[in-house]
Design a protein around this ligand. Structure first.
Ligand code: APR
Ligand code: PHB
Length: 392
């Protein structure tokens, strides 16, 4: 088998990259270790920046997103028993975010890809990457018990944090940066209407809480929990009681509860690998970096990475220029670090940190007070929340 770009991973990064390359006339094959159903079974965040929506528009995969997505012009911060609105729209000169689940983005990209007839090899086991430091890279994998070889010109490692791509780079060539937070998020999906028509991020003495949504009839809520907590310890009632306690009285009263459809605990981590290019191998998305979910930057950052990468590869093929490829790592990392900073900052501001004590709590209270009473501070938050521009 032969193609121009071999993409490892059919998550949002790999699928969007495949669509952008196809649009630029570049042949690509996706090699994914799981089944499509498994990939669609993962529940992740659901806030899209305008830049992400723009990339989906570019590849013609945004009809349902524009029909069903909820456009939000603000977010609410809850602390000290009251809510305060950050007017994203007014503070950023008219920008908004779109609430539309990552699962739906993935489904739309999968369906569009199937319609183009581009090859996606699901349930490809034991992928290994070869000769990406030379001129003839190869990806080998097992499909239905048969070893297959995919010859290509470039490999895009879009295979997430646990993928094989980053692990294939010689240890000495890679530098990693990491922060593990001392808590997790317990997330619950339910067929209930959202508490408020915008997202509520709550800083409470019992810990952080977030009221998000997937539609006007489906909610996604989170509460900060201990790292070693177990989902089995949280009955639906325990969860709703805890969430209610962490909200202001008006939101607590408005909270509609119901049976959970999904319940899971995720740890919080900040992680960056540098650089993102090794000869003919590029890393993008979660394979290269992780942000804590506060602020929902994960998918948006992945989309920006593949936006840069697709443009760089298009320059290589159409204009015979390697300038974009040569700058990919530096360009993407600059934006990645700024999104890492914002996610770390919002995480630090909103959660209960066991080790910082009463002083840390007062610092958070002072910063929240400043944030909702200073246009400068609110603007800084708003422009990051809606997404920094993709500079070329
Ligand atoms: N071979 C083939 N595929 C692999 C391998 C492998 N060895 N290892 C992992 N994969 C696949 C996974 O099964 C998964 O479908 O790569 C895909 C990676 O997808 P994601 O983890 O969703 O990563 P990415 O596409 O970069 O998406 C980033 O998703 O994880 C969230 O918060 C993150 O929102 C962000 C977005
Ligand atoms: C979500 O809807 O899952 C979500 C929204 C906003 C966040 C994180 C997660 O900051």
């Amino acid at each position: 088998m032969r193609t121009q770009v071999a993409i490892i991973g059919a998550g949002p990064s790999g699928l969007l990259l495949g669509a952008l390359l196809h649009k630029a006339g570049i042949a690509n094959v996706i090699v994914e270790q799981r089944s499509a159903e498994y990939v669609l079974g993962r529940i992740r965040a659901g806030v899209l920046e305008q830049g992400t929506v723009g990339l989906l528009d570019q590849v013609g995969v945004s009809t349902r997103l524009h029909r069903e997505g909820l456009v939000h012009g603000g977010v609410e911060l809850c602390f000290g028993g009251a809510r305060h609105r950050i007017d994203l729209h007014a503070l950023t000169g008219g920008k908004t975010v779109t609430v539309y689940g990552q699962t739906e983005v993935t489904r739309d990209l999968m369906e569009a890809r199937a319609a183009t007839g581009l090859a996606t090899i699901y349930e490809a086991e034991g992928a290994s990457l070869h000769d990406f430091d030379g001129s003839h890279p190869q990806v080998r994998f097992n499909k239905d018990g048969v070893t297959q070889t995919l010859d290509c010109e470039f490999i895009a490692g879009c295979d997430g944090y646990h993928g094989v791509s980053r692990q294939s780079v010689p240890a000495g060539a890679l530098q990693t940066f990491e922060r593990i937070y001392p808590f997790g998020w317990l997330g619950v999906l339910s067929e209930t209407p959202p508490v408020s028509h915008e997202l509520i991020y709550s800083n409470h003495e019992r810990g952080f809480a977030l009221c998000s949504m997937r539609s006007m009839t489906r909610s996604r809520h989170y509460v900060q929990c201990a790292l070693d907590d177990k989902v089995e310890r949280w009955s639906d009632d325990t969860f709703w009681d805890e969430l209610r306690r962490r909200l202001d009285p008006v939101a607590a009263e408005a909270l509609v509860t119901g049976p959970s459809i999904e319940k899971s605990i995720a740890p919080l981590r900040s992680f960056v690998a540098e650089p993102l290019r090794f000869g003919r191998l590029f890393l993008a998305g979660d394979a290269a970096h992780i942000v804590p979910p506060t602020g929902a930057k994960g998918l948006n950052l992945a989309a920006a990475d593949v936006g840069y990468l697709a443009r760089a590869l298009a320059e290589h093929y159409a204009e015979k220029s390697d300038a974009g490829i040569d700058h990919y790592s530096q360009r993407a990392l600059r934006r990645i670090w700024r999104a890492e900073r914002f996610s770390w900052w919002l995480t630090s501001l909103m959660h209960k940190f066991p080790e910082t004590g009463a002083f840390g709590q007062r610092m958070q209270a002072a910063e929240l007070d400043y944030l909702v009473h200073s246009t400068a501070a609110a603007t800084a938050m708003a422009e990051n929340y809606v997404g920094l521009p993709m500079e070329w």
